[in-house]
Design a protein around this ligand. Structure first.
Ligand SMILES: Cc1cc2nc3c(=O)[nH]c(=O)nc-3n(C[C@H](O)[C@H](O)[C@H](O)COP(=O)(O)OP(=O)(O)OC[C@H]3O[C@@H](n4cnc5c(N)ncnc54)[C@H](O)[C@@H]3O)c2cc1C
Length: 386
């Protein structure tokens, strides 16, 4: 019978960051994925680190991630293309402008230097922005990196330490014994470990359900595209008009957002294809923010699934029963948070505790959540958020 100190289910960036940390701490770790390494959300992300100004409870963990990003290239030994040139939320409609002013009130609770600036100040920072820009929120902190490179940098660094990622090895069942986690069942048989991290994004819910655990998460499909490389236009992370936009090191404009569709947990097993009307919607929004991009060539488009929690805040939950089991859902911002999530999850798995600020992020906050929350909020399969 194969046996490890820790089994990590899911070789996305959260699982990979966890395994790398745990392996560095000397643990014997196995990562299992139902498909190739980082083939789902992690390689499809835009690559922002958000400091979570919207959610002060989570912002402290995001600021831990921010510090870890600073040395990540050196720590991993591979480039992530991390750059920290600030983040700008820009409003191009009066409604967006009002919403930003409201958000700013909450942002101030984080202690991070966010500034409310007018349209001209936005255009001074990013001259390519539309003349219609009415105002924005700016912070010189936050940043972005290359999701493909970063995910694989974690995987390579883990393998360099002798770690094993077993691809095309779906976990079929979580095994428990006497109130503790015992291991997993795969098509090849049982594999045992006294600690387990579930980082299978929205798929966590299906793995936990047979244990009688309700893991509140709603999969949602998000679409993205990149343009062909362009001369340098901006290096900040831009959030505007329902889009997240960055310019890559090679000059591509990388954008995601627009309407996104709630999915059935069951259908989240198949990666969805982008749909032309939604890509067109993203393109229209992009031109309204950056009129000069109207002539840019689109290179490729894709879609990905994110694991949205009811309050859109990360969940990290160490279970009392079965002991040794920890589950994570990163609510759509797990890429940027991944260095801190991996550290917290590894600590919890190997030591049963962590000094990182996660106490507000457990499932306890959902004690009063109605069972049919997705129906009540119309977050049901087939509905769209715009
Ligand atoms: C278009 C898009 C843009 C985004 N932009 C950003 C951004 O700018 N900044 C940001 O912070 N976040 C962003 N995100 C969100 C971010 O990508 C995710 O929060 C993050 O990648 C989650 O990582 P993960 O490892 O938890 O999940 P995933 O990368 O989805 O990995 C989960 C893994 O679990 C595996 N798995 C599932 N079930 C099983 C099973 N039964 N057995 C074994 N393996 C299993 C899957 O195959 C998968 O590889 C974006 C997401 C999308 C789709």
């Amino acid at each position: 019978m194969e046996s490890f100190d820790l089994i990590v289910v899911g070789a996305g960036i959260v699982g990979l960051s966890t395994t790398w940390r745990a392996r560095k701490a000397g643990a014997r770790v196995l990562v299992l994925d139902k498909g190739p390494t980082a083939y789902e959300a992690s390689s499809r992300a835009t690559g922002f680190l958000s400091l979570r100004g919207e959610t002060p409870d989570e912002s402290r963990l995001a600021q831990v991630a921010e510090k870890l990003w600073d040395t990540l290239d050196d720590d991993l030994g591979y480039p992530t293309e991390w750059t920290q040139k600030g983040r700008l939320w820009a409003a191009v409609t009066p409604r967006e402008h009002e919403e930003l002013k409201q958000s700013y009130l909450g942002f101030q609770k984080t202690g991070i230097p966010f500034e409310l600036i007018d349209g001209q100040a936005c255009r001074d920072l990013v001259p390519a922005l539309s003349p219609e820009t009415l105002g924005g929120i700016y912070t010189s902190r936050a940043g972005h990196a290359n999701p493909q490179r970063t995910s694989h940098a974690f995987a390579w660094a883990f393998r360099d330490l002798g770690g094993e990622i077993r691809e095309y090895a779906p976990v079929l069942e979580i095994l428990t014994e006497s109130g503790k986690v015992k291991g997993v069942r795969t098509a090849q048989g049982e594999i045992h470990a006294g600690a387990m991290v579930l980082s299978a994004a929205a798929h966590n819910a299906a793995l936990l359900a047979p244990l009688g655990i309700d893991f509140p998460v709603a999969p949602v499909r998000l679409e993205a595209f990149v343009t062909a490389p362009l001369p340098p236009l901006f290096d900040q992370a831009i959030v505007a008009h329902g889009l997240a936009i960055r310019q890559t090191l090679r000059g591509n404009i990388h954008v995601n957002g627009g309407p996104h569709e709630w999915l059935d947990a069951g259908t989240a097993n198949d990666m969805p294809k982008p749909t032309t009307p939604i890509v067109r919607n993203i393109a229209r929004r992009l031109f309204e923010v950056f009129p000069s991009l109207r002539n840019a060539q689109m290179l490729r488009s894709w879609a990905g699934i994110i694991d949205v929690t009811p309050d859109q805040i990360t969940t990290i939950h160490p279970f009392d029963t079965p002991a040794g089991l920890i589950a994570c859902a990163s609510a759509g911002h797990g890429f940027g948070m991944s260095p801190a999530l991996g550290l917290a999850l590894s600590d919890l798995a190997l030591n049963g505790q962590t000094d990182l600020p996660i106490t507000d992020l457990t499932l306890a906050r959902f004690a009063a959540l109605p069972k049919d929350w997705r129906r009540v909020w119309n977050w049901q399969p087939g509905s769209y958020n715009t």
